[in-house]
Write a protein that binds this ligand. Structure first.
Ligand code: C5P
Length: 312
């Protein structure tokens, strides 16, 4: 039987949010970026992007956090599509339907997940033939957290956080995320960190104990090594963070930390039922605008569905 040529009608891709299990900050480079040593973990809170053929590039966003983003050229998904079109010499456009489940400016790289999902979706829709490695380079151009949203899992990030090495990690971890409606600007949090650490020149690194804890798969061991150098800076700019951390300190959470540049606070639970119980406590105390129970590690950007139609 002769193969019937097909055209892609829609490509549906899903990409994860992340938390930083460890975030060590070093000196600010002349580029304005800080050297980082971080351990990312992708978690089961996802952005969905459905890409369909169109003459121009456009986005439309729905979902819990849609009102916080603009559907214009400043949208990171728009910029991802436009960068890929330029890099691959694609002349057609794309319409991107984004479902936002990850808080905006929450320290969980939701915009980066949109960008990663868009790169993969448009790559498939336009059949650019670019290697996954080249997508990784484009991802890093879009933002320090975008490469990780492509790969997912658990990974060490060096450089600006964009030079990734997958980490050997066993088991699944249960997290409670306490989310604030009012986000934090990442550059402002780094500026606050600079203010708190003038003349800081140390080279950040990840302790061996962190890698050993990840290999053990033991949440109690992981709880002992969780650390975020941006914790105090985020807390200074978002006072709600401290209140959330106080509530979590009185809960059965094994440890809590700010995710990335905040203000989302992540609490590590020993198991799923305890995570649900902690989430109930945070809701009852009314200290967060949204509470999610998630697991990590979650996979990176992946194709969920591709709708094809026979050509002609
Ligand atoms: O790369 P991304 O757009 O996510 O970074 C946003 C801002 O966060 C940067 O412009 C910079 O101010 C700050 N940042 C930093 N060091 C990093 C990552 C981000 O100072 N490694």
């Amino acid at each position: 039987m002769r193969a019937v040529p097909t055209v892609q009608q829609a490509v549906h891709v899903r990409a994860p949010a992340k938390i930083n299990l460890v975030l060590r900050v070093g000196a600010r480079e002349p580029s304005g970026y800080h050297q980082l040593a971080t351990v990312f973990q992708a978690v089961s809170l996802f952005e969905d992007v459905v890409a369909s053929p169109a003459e121009e590039i456009s986005t439309s966003t729905t979902g819990r956090w849609a009102e916080h983003v603009r559907d214009d050229e400043s949208n990171l998904a728009y910029r991802a599509a436009s960068l890929l079109a330029e890099a691959s010499g694609t002349r057609t456009g794309v319409h991107l339907e984004i479902t936002k489940r990850v808080p905006v400016a929450g320290g969980m790289a939701g915009g980066s997940a949109d960008a990663a999902a868009t790169l993969l979706a448009c790559d498939l829709l336009w059949q650019t033939g670019l290697a996954r490695e080249e997508l990784g380079h484009l991802a890093a151009e879009l933002g320090a957290d975008v490469p990780f949203a492509l790969t997912g899992g658990t990974a060490v990030g060096l450089g600006r956080g964009d030079v990734l090495t997958p980490a050997l990690a066993r088991g699944a971890y249960h997290w409670v995320l306490a989310i604030s409606e009012q986000g934090l600007s990442t550059p402002e949090v780094f500026e606050e960190w600079d203010r708190l650490h003038p003349e800081y020149a140390e080279h950040p690194s990840i302790d061996d104990a962190v890698m050993a804890a990840l290999i053990s798969g033991d949440a109690h061991r992981l709880a002992e090594v969780l650390v975020n150098d941006l914790d105090a800076a985020a807390g200074n700019l978002a006072p709600g963070v401290e209140r959330i951390q106080q509530v979590l300190a009185d809960s059965p959470a094994l440890a809590t930390l700010v995710s990335g540049s905040g203000p989302t606070v992540a609490a590590l639970a020993p198991d799923h039922p305890t995570a649900v119980e902690i989430a109930e406590t945070v809701r009852a105390m009314d200290v967060a605008d949204e509470v999610e129970v998630v697991t990590g590690p979650a996979p990176g950007a992946r194709l969920l569905e591709s709708v094809r139609e026979d050509e002609g």
